[in-house]
Design a protein around this ligand. Structure first.
Ligand code: GLU
Length: 504
């Protein structure tokens, strides 16, 4: 094993990357960075039937958007390439043959139909069909035929696969950083196919060979691969290779905590489960992405880090460097992690406050045609006033339209509450005060209006509520004097007059 840490994220390009996959990539990234190691991206595309156009570039774009780019992988040669298994096709056969020559694997000619029939037959007898030590002697494979017969069937080009000869009854010790030690009785394992009749290796063979050739030191992957660990360990043993250390990450569960978080859960409950929007090339179905829904990548990374790990302190907000410092595989949980859409939004709200007003103003401006002619500096100031109430940029308009446009209607409930017989007279006086304030500053306005209210014993609500209603159209928004300051003297007076002139 090499001294430097080398980890890999090894997705199959079968569609968009689920956030569970992003979490796996993130933990690999954090672990590599923490230990000054290398984070490799390997595309596992040996199953050509499941290949989906655009999935590889989606994966790369998603990692980049999340801020967890790979060090080595497609387009980033690091001396262990190619990083796409379909481009490594020529490498695998020799390893399968090596195992055959050493009596650790064998050729099998059973057709798919034969196997289906056998499976059915077993089922009717109430048994499960497993291709292994207990029946391999009676099946159509090289263990049950002469060398000549085997040679002539191979020479005739008969369809065949190569199967691993799993040991009949061994106690196999497995280690996992998250799960601890396990012991497996190998008699329950089946003789998995290592090499397919289409000339391609299966996931198991290609994965082991590549992890070995790429000098991977730690395999950090989803829990769904735990059942493959025994076979993988047996393969390392069979090749006499030192196995990497394994860490199987817990599942990400539905918000109810029951079952794995799926695409359908997101659709039903209205939240994304993919980092970027995905449009299925075949069905044209579009699935939401965190990016397009207005989540900040820092927020996505932060909440994902906490789905299956915690730092053991009260701190919840971690930027990527803090995550790198704090992350530890030993603190990854065994139990599944419940996805909580509200908590996810809470993170976005927090990260909204960390964004620069200028950047937010830019995205706000491009998102609304009404703002195309508005000065960015003004938008920036508006953003500074409203962002503490927002979770997403797409809420900005509702929170701030009155900074850009006079109200076109008034919230009727608020009118009932705020407007009394003397409201028009009071507003008229406020308009006068504003008009006679030479230097419009928040403080100036506030002290003038407030002292007028106290000196005349008017009561704040009687003035402030209708004033807000006149300026905003509803009883919402930041400090009224901030609003007057922002929209300016003339516009404020115009809005107050318009409200006074409203009938009813
Ligand atoms: N290609 C597998 C996947 O799609 C990789 C599993 C592993 O990391 O070993 O998740």
């Amino acid at each position: 094993m090499s001294d430097t840490i080398r980890v890999r994220f090894a997705p199959s390009p079968t569609g968009p990357l689920h956030i569970g996959g992003v979490r796996t990539a993130l933990y690999n990234f954090l672990f590599a960075k923490k230990h000054g190691g290398t984070f490799v991206l390997r595309i596992e595309d040996t199953d050509q039937n499941r290949f989906v156009e655009g999935a590889q570039s989606y994966i790369i774009e998603a990692l980049n958007w999340c801020g967890i780019p790979y060090d080595e992988g497609p387009g980033k040669e690091g001396g262990y390439g190619p990083y796409k298994q379909s481009e490594r096709g020529h490498l695998y056969k020799q390893y399968a043959e090596q195992l055959i020559n050493e009596g650790k694997a064998y050729y099998a000619f059973d057709s798919a139909e034969d196997l289906v029939a056998l499976r059915k037959q077993y089922e009717t007898e109430g048994k499960t069909f497993i291709y292994n030590w207990h029946n391999r002697g009676q099946l159509d494979n090289s263990l049950s035929m002469s060398a000549d017969e085997l040679q002539s069937r191979l020479d005739r080009g008969e369809d065949h696969v190569i199967r691993f000869l799993s040991p009949e009854s061994e106690s196999l010790h497995l280690k996992d950083i998250v799960r601890g030690d396990m012991t497996i009785d190998t008699s329950t394992l089946d003789d998995k196919v290592l090499f397919k009749s289409d000339g391609m290796p299966t996931y198991h063979l290609a994965n082991i060979v590549d992890d070995h050739l790429m000098e991977i030191t730690h395999v950090i992957r989803g829990e769904e691969w735990l059942p493959s660990l025994a076979l993988h360990q047996l393969l390392y043993n069979a090749f006499n290779w030192e196995a990497p250390l394994f860490a199987h990450l817990p599942l990400i569960l539905k918000p109810t905590g029951k079952g794995k978080l799926s695409k359908r859960d997101g659709e039903k409950m209205g939240f994304p489960v993919f980092p970027l929007e995905w449009s299925d090339p075949q069905t044209k179905e579009v699935s939401k992405g965190f990016r397009e829904e207005g989540y900040f990548p820092e927020a996505v990374i932060n909440f994902l880090a906490f789905l299956g790990w915690n730092p053991g302190t009260e701190q919840e907000l971690f930027n990527i460097n803090e995550l790198i410092d704090a992350f530890d595989l030993e603190r990854v949980h065994k139990a599944g992690a419940r996805f909580d859409p509200e908590k996810t939004n809470w993170y976005n709200h927090q990260y909204m406050q960390f964004q620069s007003n200028k950047e937010l103003a830019k995205s706000f401006k491009t998102s609304r045609p009404e703002l195309s002619d508005v000065d960015l500096t003004y938008i920036k100031m508006v953003v500074g006033l409203i962002k503490e109430r927002a979770t997403f940029v797409n809420e900005f308009w509702d929170l701030s339209h009155y900074f850009f446009q006079a109200p076109s209607s008034y919230d009727q409930k608020a009118v009932k509450k705020a407007v009394k017989d003397d409201t028009a007279d009071l507003l008229e006086e406020v308009a006068q005060i504003i008009m006679h304030t030479r230097e419009i500053t928040v403080q100036n306005l506030e002290s003038k209006v407030k002292s007028w209210i106290t000196e005349n014993n008017i009561g704040f609500g009687r003035v402030m509520m209708p004033l807000r209603l006149a300026l905003v159209g509803a009883l919402q928004g930041p400090d009224v004097f901030e609003i007057i300051f922002m929209i300016g003297k003339n516009e404020s007076i115009r809005r107050i007059e318009a409200a006074i002139n409203q009938e009813g």
